[in-house]
Design a protein around this ligand. Structure first.
Ligand code: HEC
Ligand code: HEC
Length: 363
């Protein structure tokens, strides 16, 4: 039987690279914690870049890559449902799936960048509010579930069509070739324009970088106050790291500062003037004044322990997977020693990109 070259090299590389990138993003997003966010971004960025290039190729690629050759109108879809004719390229239902998958990946990228900006003040949108970031994250999560459903349907569709037309469609996406059969429907032949595609991709990259650096000049929304190298730093870091004021609400700091004589079983009392100065600074820059994730999450304290960070519901749920033995390691010694695992703990940021649990050293 004669064969036709259907899927060009770009389409095939694109397809399987997208599978890898999306798998990485889904696994890190659904199954792993904040410390894996960097890999989630690698997967998501790669998928986005691939989709952008695929969209360009959809306008200037060859016969079976062009949207004009395979995106169906409603009439074509209905006809296909009725006669089920074999298409050499994407059949009308497959084409709708391609469109849906590309759209959802783009929507995931956009909502992801908004979430990254609002929740972590990272990326091009650091001026986003935490609230906007949370909305974007909820949308991002729903879209990710939508993507999982679409992938399931896509696999089902490929399996069904492979069975129905007795050809291995997944193998065709590897070799690029399909048997030619009588009655095949094929799109109008079109020449690929790789130079145009590359130029457009280059232009997009440049304007993206320009837009990013333009946005970058806008100030971060609700950044925590810079560390004060004064009394708090010295007096409150005598026994443990100095906790950033944005980690607790003002009322909690006030309660802590009035209980210094009985401070977690220690006497941490200070001369009244110094205590007043520290209280002023802590309450002036408390959780209410910052728009960061730790300020919002840790700021919701456990009422029976209003100034114990490690008893806040958020702290407990975020660190639930870490075994007690890890906290007992010599380099960590206590769950309250945030700085052992969060390199930026003293700044109040707690960026997901600064988390590293120290390895056990042999004693
Ligand atoms: C033993 C190491 C360790 C210690 C000690 C520790 N953390 Fe964490 N923390 C982690 C890890 C790992 C994660 C990521 C968990 C996840 O998302 O599944 C995390 C996540 C967080 C997050 C969420 C980060 C984000 O960007 O989403 C915050 C906030 C946080 N920790 C605050 C604290 C505070 C406050 C302390 C001290 C009172 C503390 N942590 C002590 C290991 C630690
Ligand atoms: C004399 C030693 C000492 C001094 C000085 C001290 N603390 Fe503490 N602090 C402790 C101990 C011990 C704990 C319990 C730590 C643990 O659970 O491992 C603690 C815990 C805390 C916690 C709760 C951490 C958690 O478990 O979530 C906060 C907040 C805190 N201290 C703030 C302060 C501030 C603010 C000052 C300065 C006014 C201060 N501390 C000075 C000994 C001290």
């Amino acid at each position: 039987m004669t064969q036709t070259y259907v899927w060009d090299r770009f389409i095939r590389i694109f397809h399987w690279s997208l599978v890898a990138a999306i798998s990485l993003a889904l696994v890190t997003g659904f199954l792993m914690g904040a410390d894996a966010l960097v890999w989630h971004l690698v997967g998501g960025l790669a998928a986005t870049a691939l989709v952008v290039v695929r969209v360009i190729w959809g306008f200037v690629g060859g016969t079976h890559a062009r949207f004009a050759g395979f995106l169906p109108g409603p009439h074509t879809v209905l006809t296909h449902l009725r006669d089920g004719a074999r298409h050499l390229g994407h059949n009308p239902l497959g084409a709708l799936m391609v469109l849906a998958l590309l759209t959802v990946v783009v929507a995931l990228a956009i909502s992801g960048v908004f979430a990254l900006g609002g929740l972590f003040k990272t990326g091009p949108l650091v001026f986003e509010s935490f609230a906007a970031g949370r909305t974007a994250k909820d949308l991002h999560e729903s879209l990710a579930w939508g993507l999982v459903v679409l992938i399931g349907l896509h696999l089902g569709g490929v399996a069904f069509e492979s069975w129905r037309s007795r050809e291995n469609l997944a193998a065709a996406m590897v070799s690029g070739r399909k048997d030619t059969r009588p009655g095949d429907l094929a799109a109008r032949a079109r020449a690929a324009r790789p130079v145009v595609a590359l130029s457009v991709a280059g232009l997009l990259l440049l304007s993206g970088a320009g837009l990013w650096s333009g946005l970058q000049s806008r100030p971060i929304s609700g950044a925590p106050v810079a560390i004060w190298e004064g009394t708090t730093q010295t007096e409150c870091s005598a026994c443990h790291m100095a906790y950033h004021p944005s980690l607790m609400p003002a009322a909690s700091w006030r309660a802590l500062m009035t209980d210094l004589r009985d401070h977690f079983g220690e006497d941490a009392s200070l001369p009244p003037e110094m205590a007043a100065q520290i209280t002023d600074w802590l309450t002036a820059h408390a959780a209410e004044t910052a728009d960061t994730l730790p300020a919002h999450r840790l700021g919701r304290v456990e009422p029976t322990a209003p100034y114990t960070l490690t008893r806040t519901p958020f702290w407990i749920s975020t660190h639930a997977d870490i075994p007690d033995a890890v906290f007992a390691r010599r380099e960590i010694s206590s769950p309250a020693n945030c700085a052992a695992c969060h390199a930026d703990a003293e700044t109040g940021w707690f960026s997901p990109f600064s988390i590293a649990i120290p390895k056990e050293t042999t004693r």
